[in-house]
Write a protein that binds this ligand. Structure first.
Ligand code: PLP
Length: 398
């Protein structure tokens, strides 16, 4: 079956008592067993049946099963946010005295998790240029625990070569972990590109229009420690498992994921092409650049197409002449919403420098190439003429 069919028709592990077509929301904490022996089997992990909803819940399992069917992964774990998923996978793989090789270009909280939180537990983050393979080789030592990256960095839009990085990682016996939030797994296959574990903020494309927070660890089974630690240790001890209601909404989100994603990507491509044509034109002098992976002019365009296929996702960044022009632009928007988040059904605009990275030092922002002149746009499902019109009026009046 093709992915769109699987997305709608993944079977339930047990027949529903009433023949419900959608997986019911099992808002329950605990489950009753027929016998003491059945209880023992579930509690000791001999059978994978729910005993307590901190570690397993039928609605969440069904959501995980759909992701498993769509990705071909060995194990999928759903968490209550993308950050919870990232935290769980990193502490699965690393430990005191170990280091994580990663990029200077990371989502702000992921950078903070590694550089502050994990640092307090004796883990070192090595923030390097992952597009420079010589630098990657040089950064690895006997204490390296994994290579972690985002497939398209946010907001810098850098793309690293996954095949090349996985070759280096595997030569040293290390897992390659990729945050694939920017391009959904229905349009490309990370495992074929050498990724061992994917993490996704399912808050974004999957949730079906910003309905709920969620995160996924998608484990391709190449490093058995991932399943052992998460399933039998962290779900129990950390309590970051997804809630059944979020899983229900995100299961519905998966059903429409492909349609929404294709339209949002197409809108982003059309909009960025139209804005690109306006660069340097009279009335448009405040606009200094358009950064979109789907534009042929983007330095990572070819690599992105080779890895992720023809679509470029729904995130665009634009640069304006200075920070005050960015504030004016955001204040003038009438349709595009002044809000964080990515891949809602509605379009969103944010100035990352003063918000997501607002409490970072100037030194950190410079190191991460987060510029005061950049605006990040997440393109939604609106008509592209209306989006272009809003950007045009906001720029011309600023
Ligand atoms: N990874 C990326 C690339 C993100 O953009 C985000 C959030 O914006 C996250 C992870 C964190 O996800 P969540 O907000 O679901 O915790």
């Amino acid at each position: 079956m093709k992915k769109q069919t699987i997305a709608i028709n993944t079977p339930f592990p047990h027949n529903d008592a009433y023949g419900s077509l959608s997986m019911p929301v099992y808002n329950t904490c605990a489950y009753e067993f027929a016998t003491a022996a059945d209880m023992t089997a579930a509690f000791t992990g001999k059978v994978l049946e729910p005993d307590y909803s901190r570690t397993m819940n039928p609605t969440v399992t069904h959501f995980e099963d759909r992701v498993k069917a769509l990705t071909g992964a060995a194990n999928v774990f759903a968490f209550n946010s993308g950050m919870a998923a990232i935290h769980n996978i990193l502490i699965t793989l690393t430990a005191t005295g170990k280091n994580i090789i990663t990029s200077r270009h990371l989502f702000g909280n992921t950078y903070s998790l590694i550089s502050k939180t994990l640092k307090r537990f004796g883990v070192e983050g090595r923030f390097i240029d992952l597009t420079n393979l010589v630098e990657v080789e040089a950064a690895i030592d006997d204490n390296t625990s994994c290579i972690f990256l985002e497939i398209i960095t946010n907001p810098q839009m850098e793309v690293a070569d996954l095949n090349a990085l996985s070759e280096i990682a595997h030569k040293h016996g290390l897992p390659l972990v990729a945050d694939t939030t920017m391009i959904p797994f229905i349009v490309f296959n990370s495992y074929e590109l050498g990724v061992d574990v994917e993490v996704v903020s399912s808050t974004k494309y999957l949730s079906g229009g910003a309905t709920s927070l969620g995160g996924l660890v998608i484990d391709y089974g190449t490093f058995p420690v991932v399943n052992e630690r998460i399933r039998f240790e962290f779900l129990f001890n950390l309590g970051a498992y997804m809630t059944p209601h979020a899983a229900y909404m995100q299961t519905l989100g998966i059903e429409t994921l492909n349609s929404r994603y294709q339209l949002q990507s197409d809108n982003a491509l059309q909009l960025s092409r139209r804005l690109y044509e306006k660069l340097g034109k009279s009335g448009w002098t405040k606009l200094t650049s358009i950064n979109y992976i789907g534009l042929e002019s983007h330095p990572s365009h070819d690599l992105a197409q080779r890895q992720f296929g023809p679509t470029g996702g729904a995130m665009i960044t634009i640069d304006l002449v200075d920070e005050s022009a960015c504030y004016d632009f955001i204040n003038n928007l009438k349709l595009i919403h002044r809000a964080t988040n990515l891949f809602d059904n509605r379009s969103l605009a944010i100035h990352p420098y003063s918000t997501i990275f607002g409490n970072f030092s100037q030194e950190e922002k410079s190191m991460m190439d987060v510029l005061p002149t950049t605006i990040r746009l997440s393109i939604g499902l609106e008509d592209v003429d209306d989006l272009f019109g809003d950007i045009q009026q906001a720029l011309l009046n600023s």
